[in-house]
Design a protein around this ligand. Structure first.
Ligand code: CDP
Length: 795
């Protein structure tokens, strides 16, 4: 009788349901300084942990002497791998089945790797102590470049793996190699381009940290930690430590940004928990900024070759790609375990292409492990960059308008559900409508005209117009194909409506700033006709929340959002019999009206009752034979992922005298299906676009030949500030997901995924008339200046 919210019914009802820009509930505490982050956790008798890190990228440890540190009055312990060995904690499994040192036992494999830990009464003493730990290293030649690592004479990094004699990490392929080769052999036009998606760091404002708090009285270990996935972390802690899972509680309090960086388990978490267990005192570890950048999960580092085969009028016949991936010193990618290259399979993008083939080789290097999904659904960012850049390369080769090439190749609305040549099932889309809207908002034709005029007039400032019409895949599961460390990727919601008609909702996902406390309450408000103010959303405590796989890969709305809607409907089902009882009608004569948020008697709308009014009845006047209470839980295994999409148009001016790039216009049209909170979506888009600008223009983790991280702090790793961010013009279309209970898709990552190719396409576009086909990110003024010089455009 109720198919869920329809796009045209997103009127909000004024109760804070779907489609309303409800102010974020969590902001009250954030903007009044009452947030509670891991570093705010204080316990009586709490000790502090500081990690001793290797200054070398590749070195054998000859000796560690902690005696000078121990001589300091406030230092309680100096831990090395030998101490952890006793408890079986010297190493830990990564999420991709590799084994990583918690503290280095034998050989350092990247600069800043964790070598020892000093536990002291305060943080200053711990830091003083760490400086006094003497480590003797036998320094080895490092290799920090993936291609060099695969050469025959490269130093072998992973000699801890039995029989390993090279730095090869893994191979992967998808699609039909032969059919693709045939398509290329017979195609009238082929283009190719090489492009590096450089190493980035997710750079959450709050670094990683933990407070291990073992209670010997209850024999229970509580770990407050910066975790995007508290439940899976609890399971892994139990598996690694041998402590029974019900004796471990992970609490993820307020988390100051994650972006994929807080999905892996880091040595600091393990050391803080282990030290607390052994010393029977709480132990806090909070890393510094440079530690975060230099040692925690990096992102991207895909060196890609892209190729397109096409007809002369721009119809794409086949796509091929080959990737060299740098995985760092361990295979510690945080992604569903059956996907060694994440969801890179989606590299055919928004286009209806018959044939495709992708291959990848990954190498170990002397750099921090990672390849985490930085505000992206597991390598979708790299895939989107590849295809959206290649479409521009094709358009320039054919001297066609890149918008026209896109239109010619888009998967059409009636083709959904659409199966891609690499086997992915797109749920819904209307790509041309989004592109047309973005082009109109950007005044595309007028800018094209202006571009031609400037070229003819040989003006000092070049104009470039870049487009990206991206498709994402977000919301991992389903469980049958996606798991983390063996646990299927479902998610959950537990709703309790209390006797006075107020509700508590607990979810298995973990917000890091996305506003779940507001939007998940809105889903319940929509489904139960309640006021959003009467609903509290909790998360981040494994003792009280239902099991879930956490927040990354924009999976919260597609999976836990669906669980919340389904659990709400279960509550509503139960409420119906109470409604009938209260309204003195037969249950079959009672119907739910989504618009008014009430049950009423068929044919007599004035005889109505709200869930808030029913709640008391569930506890005080339940029908005979009915269970008391008004609660429901749902564990939701999504049948498929969702495929949000959008079109971005970026217009840049390039100064031919300096290489400086200015954003003239930045238009983003997104489609995330039915929208829960337009204001939160807008915020998500703004933040993600800023990160996309950082990617395209500024950010790169770099190394020197000795393996030193040269972009390892915020002086050298440049994040965009308000100065670099232009005004964004945002728009939207609504194409609901047909399989999601409320028709919603994820949105958080779309802007980070979709914007870098639009920006690079714009910069290339400004210089394409002089034969420029690619500019590598980050497009700093010196990089652009070199390109201007090489193409004869510099003034
Ligand atoms: O998993 P994560 O929360 O990072 O990403 P998401 O599911 O895309 O959601 C980001 C924020 O946008 C959440 O607060 C969502 O509830 C909200 N959102 C929305 O209001 N409407 C949508 N269709 C999708 C997300």
């Amino acid at each position: 009788e109720d198919d869920g919210p329809q796009p045209e019914k997103h009127c909000g009802h004024g109760r804070g349901g779907m489609g309303e820009s409800v102010s974020r509930k969590e902001d009250q505490r954030f903007i009044t300084g009452r947030g509670n982050y891991v570093d705010d956790v204080k316990r009586p008798g709490m000790l502090h942990c500081e990690l001793v890190r290797s200054p070398h990228a590749h070195a054998r440890i000859e000796d560690i002497d902690g005696s000078r540190a121990m001589a300091l009055e406030s230092v309680v312990a100096v831990l090395t791998a030998d101490d952890l060995l006793e408890y079986g904690l010297a190493t830990m499994p990564t999420l991709m089945d590799d084994t990583q040192d918690v503290l280095v036992n034998d050989k350092v494999k990247f600069q800043s790797q964790e070598v020892a830990a000093v536990i002291a009464e305060d943080r200053y003493a711990a830091k003083d102590g760490a400086e006094k730990v003497e480590v003797e290293y036998d320094v080895l030649d490092p290799v920090v470049d993936a291609a060099a690592a695969l050469e025959d004479d490269a130093p072998v990094i992973r000699d801890d793996i039995e029989g390993k004699e090279d730095n090869h990490c893994l191979d992967w392929e998808t699609g039909d190699e032969e059919a693709t080769a045939d398509a290329f052999a017979n195609a009238p036009v082929t283009v190719e381009e090489e492009m590096l998606y450089q190493r980035l760091h997710p750079a959450p404002i709050e670094t990683c940290g933990a407070v291990g708090d073992y209670d010997p009285g209850k024999d229970k270990l509580t770990v407050h930690m910066t975790s995007q996935a508290p439940h899976i972390h609890r399971t892994l802690f139990a598996q690694v430590s041998g402590i029974p899972e019900h004796k471990i509680r992970i609490v993820s309090p307020d988390v100051g940004g994650g972006f994929g960086n807080k999905v892996p388990i880091y040595p600091g978490y393990v050391v803080a928990a282990a030290a607390s267990y052994v010393l029977e005192q709480p132990v806090k570890w909070v890393e510094e900024r440079s530690e975060n950048i230099q040692s925690t999960g990096f992102a991207r580092d895909y060196d890609m070759k892209g190729e397109i085969a096409a007809t002369e009028d721009g119809e794409i016949l086949a796509v091929r790609t080959d990737v060299l991936a740098d995985h760092g010193a361990y295979n510690a990618v945080a992604q569903p375990s059956k996907f060694p290259a994440g969801f890179f399979n989606i590299f055919t993008g928004s286009y209806d292409i018959d044939t495709a083939y992708g291959s990848l080789t990954a190498a170990y290097t002397n750099s921090a492990p990672g390849g985490v999904a930085y505000r992206c659904s597991f390598r979708v960012t790299e895939a989107v960059y590849l295809i959206e850049r290649m479409v521009k390369v094709l358009a320039d080769e054919l001297e066609m308008d890149p918008a026209e090439v896109r239109r010619k190749n888009f998967i059409q609305p009636e083709q959904f559900p659409y199966e891609s040549p690499t086997g992915w099932n797109y749920d819904s889309g209307d790509y041309e409508t989004a592109l047309d809207k973005a082009l109109e908002m950007a005044d595309y034709e007028a800018y094209r005209e202006e571009q031609r005029r400037r070229i003819e007039a040989d003006e000092k400032k070049l104009l470039g117009i870049g487009i990206s019409s991206f498709t994402e895949v977000v919301g991992a599961g389903p469980g049958k194909s996606c798991d983390i460390a063996g646990v299927e990727m479902f998610d959950s919601a537990d709703i309790r409506v209390h006797p006075t008609g107020k509700a508590t909702v607990r979810v298995g996902v973990q917000t890091q700033g996305q506003g779940h406390e507001t939007t998940f309450a809105q889903i319940v408000a929509e489904e139960l006709g309640m006021d959003v103010e009467d609903i509290t959303v909790e998360h981040g405590d494994t003792d009280t929340d239902p099991y879930g796989l956490g927040t990354y890969g924009s999976r919260s709305t597609p999976v836990a959002g669906a669980a919340t809607a389904v659990a709400s409907r279960k509550v509503r089902d139960k409420a119906k019999s109470i409604a009938a009882n209260e309204l003195e009608a037969a249950e079959d004569d009672v119907t739910w009206d989504r618009e008014s948020g009430e049950f009423h008697v068929v044919g007599a709308p004035e005889r109505s009752i709200t869930i808030t009014e029913i709640a008391a009845g569930a506890y005080m006047n339940k029908p005979a034979g009915e269970e008391p209470g008004l609660e429901a839980v749902n564990y939701y295994d999504p049948p498929e992922m969702t495929y949000p999409f959008g079109s971005y148009v970026v217009i840049v001016e390039i100064d031919r005298e300096t290489g400086e790039v200015d954003f003239e216009k930045f238009v983003a049209v997104d489609d995330c299906g039915n929208r829960i909170n337009p204001m939160i979506i807008e915020g998500q888009i703004h933040g993600g676009l800023a990160q996309g600008i950082g990617t395209a223009m500024l950010e790169h983790v770099t190394f020197d030949d000795n393996g030193n991280v040269t972009g390892g702090d915020f002086m050298n790793y440049l994040l965009p500030t308000a100065m670099e961010i232009p005004e964004f013009e945002t728009g939207h279309t609504v194409t609901p997901s047909p399989h999601h209970p409320i028709g919603a898709k994820g949105v958080g990552e779309s802007p980070t995924v979709g914007s870098p190719p639009a920006i690079v396409n714009a910069v290339v576009d400004a210089m394409a008339h002089a034969g420029v086909s690619h500019v590598e990110m980050p497009m700093t003024p010196d990089v652009v200046w070199e390109t201007l010089k090489e193409s004869g455009l510099a003034q």
